[in-house]
Write a protein that binds this ligand. Structure first.
Ligand code: RTP
Ligand code: MG
Length: 144
């Protein structure tokens, strides 16, 4: 018998400014809830520039960094902490590939995004990233 250990994880999920502007907050929440994820933290916020630079720190120095920080601070986002079995990888699957041209139909980016620069949603890409990003956006007492 092969046992697969399921991990109850938390991930940082976010509806980016384009998703909020286009009225896709409800669609994103619908999909997360239908998938059985639990929302343990959620807020509408405009990300301060310094916070955006910290959040996307791994991309500092890349040609798209400035544009990325400008975009993510350009309007309100919905910041969330989502909990569930294998939540990190599962939410990435639901998001779809970074470039919407490669994102499968049925994924949020595949269904709604048009460009790599404005791709609706964010999700942590690894357990260490999730912990770091949750800490950037939420105080412990904001997680219920
Ligand atoms: P995110 O962090 O926003 O959830 O997206 P991701 O993991 O799928 O992609 P990542 O590699 O972390 O890149 C962050 C965001 O930067 C923009 N990007 N542009 N022009 C490019 O080659 C390029 N590569 C990345 C995208 O908007 C991506 O979501
Ligand atoms: Mg990323």
């Amino acid at each position: 018998v092969k046992w697969r250990v399921m991990a109850l994880e938390r991930t940082y999920a976010m509806v980016k400014p384009d998703g909020v502007k286009r009225g896709l907050v409800g669609e994103v929440l619908r999909r997360l809830e239908h998938k059985g994820f639990k929302i343990v933290g959620m807020k509408l916020m405009q990300i301060p520039r310094a916070t955006a630079e910290e959040h996307y720190g791994e991309h500092r120095g890349k040609p798209f960094f400035e544009g990325l920080v400008s975009f993510i601070t350009s309007g309100p986002v919905v910041a969330m902490v989502v909990e569930g079995e294998n939540a990190i990888a599962e939410w990435r699957k639901m998001m779809g590939a970074t470039n919407p041209k490669d994102a499968a139909p049925g994924t949020l980016r595949g269904d709604f995004a048009a460009t790599i620069d404005e791709n609706i949603v964010h999700g942590s890409d690894a357990p260490e990233t999730a912990e770091r990003e949750i800490g950037i956006f939420f105080k412990p007492e904001e997680l219920l």
